[in-house]
Design a protein around this ligand. Sequence first.
Ligand SMILES: [Cu+2]
Ligand SMILES: [Zn+2]
Ligand SMILES: [Zn+2]
Length: 457
Amino acid sequence: MPHTPHGPGAIPERDRRRTDDVDSEPEDNAIDSDGLDRRNFLSCMAWVGTGLLWTINGGIPSSSRLGAQTPKRGELFFMQISDSHIGFDKAANSDVTATLRSAIAKINALRVQPAFLLHTGDITQLSKPSEFDTADQVLREARTGKTFYVPGEHDVSVDGGASYLERYGKGTQRTRDGGGWYSFDHSGVHFMGLVNVLNLKAGGLGSLGAEQLEWIERDVKHLSSSTPIVVFAHVPLWSVYPAWGWGTDDGAHALGYLKRFGSVTVLNGHIHQTMQKVEGNVAFHTALSTAFPQPRPGTAPSPGPMTVPAGQLADVLGVREVHYVPSNRHLAVVDHTLSGNSPDAAFAAGEAAARAHASAAPRAAALGVAGASAANEVTIDNFAFNPKTVTVKAGSKLTWRNRDDVPHKIQSTDNRFAGSPLLDTKAVYSVSFTESGEFPYFCSVHPVMQGKVVVTR
Ligand SMILES: [Cu+2]
Ligand SMILES: [Zn+2]
Ligand SMILES: [Zn+2]
């Protein structure tokens, strides 16, 4: 691939010093077997100077204020936004509509408008018509005028995707139990919008399913291997952190159909932070949310909305610009926080607070303050059922109580008791168990969450 040097002439004055620092690193421009030069690879997710955040992948010299890279003739430029969670109103962000609106305003302020926006899901918090309406209204303020969507689990958990598909499913592949995936071509790039948040299995991760996999195979069959491919889907298609459900069970299977293509870019949301990885011909990127951050893998007791210190929310929310230059192999992906500050400090502070909160909770429970689970009650805290295995007498009633800031949904693994509706924060759900036996169940929104009811005589 052509290596574009960071020529000082191309870099605005204010960015030059930091860029020169990057350039003064030992020269190591050996082209890897995957075609990425090592220095650009290392500068993935590099934080460069105040007001600049960049991840660069693919040889575009980058001073990365949003809009600093003026797209040239023949170049495709689009923006990704993700996880707007309209309807969320907890401590992590009490006004998600306002932060989505400021993300759109940032894009609208660009002199050259993107060809379109990609919204990679969790448009809403609870799939309510009013939430979809608000999202719609704000997105219609975008000057570019065109947004492509894929659903997140928050958009489909109430009704299996029916209302999402009614709004956004026109022109997509439809199946008996949903569908919603589609592809389109733009400026020589083939885009595939995939759905990996429906029909999830107990203990599993995101899932594309057999029908969608077959469609992927068919959809790319006619394309020449030199066609650049952009895949976008909500849940990461590679294993980011399976313990938190951050991956897709059959993601590798899907990517198998894309092996012969020279350039595959995968854009995801769901984890509310930027992560990237390059594997062979495939570059994976997850995006910031416009609503709230989640902790980095393993840095807190569980995923979920994370509260950062007052005044730092705009450091952890953001938008992403993507450029495609026909002569470059990889697309250039540049992430921007709403504030322009690095997200690192706010992430670290939020994670520390989440750990402190978690270590205080058992003490409070021991003192009877917050209350451990009552008899015949399972609480849901930090994406876990507590207790994981609960024993009740036949003929008695068991109650689940959601104490998380995210909705969960109880589903019997073998369909032997009635599942719950989507349980928002503080919601309870009860089932009377009459037969004795073992009843495994899971959360159909976050299928890594599993529990068991043991009913005794
Ligand atoms: Cu859940
Ligand atoms: Zn989300
Ligand atoms: Zn999600």
